[in-house]
Design a protein around this ligand. Structure first.
Ligand SMILES: [Zn+2]
Length: 133
């Protein structure tokens, strides 16, 4: 599947790996999720660096734990980046200042529910703002 088009709304819904992106404003939603991933990637990189730096002053048992923690942060960053590869194709990135200016935030996760400013459209004119995972 390449993409879907709604003639009534005049909106093109792109497909990622064959899955249509059915957000009310699909291009905005994709850009929003790219921005969220940039912030999360930066956080994972920073957490890995902090753990690696803390190894220098830690006791032997703590050193091992911190080394594993740093490796896990890096592995998680690489795994999620691989999963999101279809979303990130052709993405050149945005400066952190731009993300902060746009007030980009990571998704708020409450139990099994994710609330975002660009939740999936349930249909034309949908008013629902949250989606269950
Ligand atoms: Zn429509």
């Amino acid at each position: 599947m390449e993409s879907l088009h709604c003639a009534t709304c005049n909106v093109e819904y792109p497909a990622l790996e064959g899955m249509p992106v059915l957000y009310a404003d699909p291009q905005h939603a994709l850009a929003d999720w790219r921005n969220r991933w940039r912030l999360e990637r930066q956080r994972l990189h920073r957490d890995a660096s902090n753990a690696a730096q803390a190894v220098a002053t830690a006791s032997a048992a703590t050193k091992t734990r911190l080394q594993k923690l740093a490796a896990a942060y890096t592995a998680q960053r690489q795994s999620v980046e691989q999963l999101l590869a279809p979303l990130l194709v052709g993405d050149r990135g945005a400066a952190r200042e731009t993300l902060l200016g746009l007030r980009t935030r990571l998704p708020r996760i409450t139990a099994r529910r994710v609330t975002t400013p660009t939740s999936p459209a349930i249909g034309c004119g949908a008013k629902r703002k949250t989606a269950l995972l």
